[in-house]
Design a protein around this ligand. Sequence first.
Ligand SMILES: C[S@@+](CC[C@H](N)C(=O)[O-])C[C@H]1O[C@@H](n2cnc3c(N)ncnc32)[C@H](O)[C@@H]1O
Length: 379
Amino acid sequence: MPAASQTPLGKLLAARIRERGPITFADYMAECLYHPEHGYYSRAESQRFADYYTSVDVHPIFGRLLARQFAEMWERCGRPVEFSVVEAGAGVGRLAAHVLDFAARVLPEFYAALRYVAVEQSAARRAAHASALATHFAAGRAVSAAALPAAIPVGCIFSNELLDALPVHRLCREHGELREIYVGLNGDLLCDQVGPLSSPSLETYFSEQGIMLLEGQQAEASLAAAAWMEDAARRLGRGFILTIDYGREARELYDERHLRGTLLAYTHHRTGEDFYAAPGEQDLTAHVNFTALDLAASASGLARLGLVSQSQFLLALGRANEFADLYDPAERGQSEAERLRARLLLKTLIFPEGMGEAFSVLIHSKGVADPSLTGLAPL
Ligand SMILES: C[S@@+](CC[C@H](N)C(=O)[O-])C[C@H]1O[C@@H](n2cnc3c(N)ncnc32)[C@H](O)[C@@H]1O
């Protein structure tokens, strides 16, 4: 088997570790996913469908129901003349196109107030926005950006599968002590190397959540996801932060069913635990810790509105018109077979064995007098 350090990025990282010593797993993951040249997300999306799908790829109904939720948020904020919907980690703009196309066609008053900002750090992926969102750019309703706007006076900042792709530290409890798992070298091979904590924030991260790892347990801590939430909250004047991701509350995430943590490597729709197999050429992701996000949000002046499964969120939004948004407008002449296929795809999004229960929707608000939302309504 070739040495792990044989991918171009692996060689760079091995040289760096040989010269300067082990690096934190968070630094390793940041390089694997976001290295400007070799990072998994820095390259064009061509390889992506070979590795994984997100809800966005299943059917536009996901974006259409989100558009309805954003329109209601706009109402709750008093129908301001301009309402920003800021999508963080917008990829190639596929979800943005679903939201904007639907708003333009079905929610014209909301569309007239909409300023959609598709935020994507990867230049290769951002380059696709010009064609995916051409009509909305031309209409002055959408822009593309590399980072969150400095100030968002009123609106909603949202993300779908962004936070599970942010770097995590890896930890373990050994002889009663919390220790960190670094990336070191064994000959030419990248390997785990246990050492003292790289930052006192890691101890605080767990103690604030009331979590004590079991002896021998491994776990991840995403300081980056908590920092992202604080940063987003600071930029938002008034409105909502909506987070869709694969994850759990801390008490479940760190229970005895997760003794090896939740970090996974993805290649060709297969998950693995060899995080060093192909640096930069496989996706790495860990479950989102919704409790940590909540703590960061409340420290930043946000109010938690609710955490529901994706299934519950979509059902609550779709039931009013019995999911009529599944179908294309009459003038496009969708056949009955196509309509049946749309209904089957909806099941993938909402059924527990599909994406419905694995993904959750967490919503916070800031400065909104009546923030009640249909997507969080009990079924
Ligand atoms: C797992 S992909 C999800 C893409 C898309 N939201 C979807 O559902 O298909 C995560 C995306 O977030 C982007 N990303 C990561 N960190 C970011 C950041 N700080 N700001 C903006 N985009 C970021 C990555 O480049 C990648 O395109």
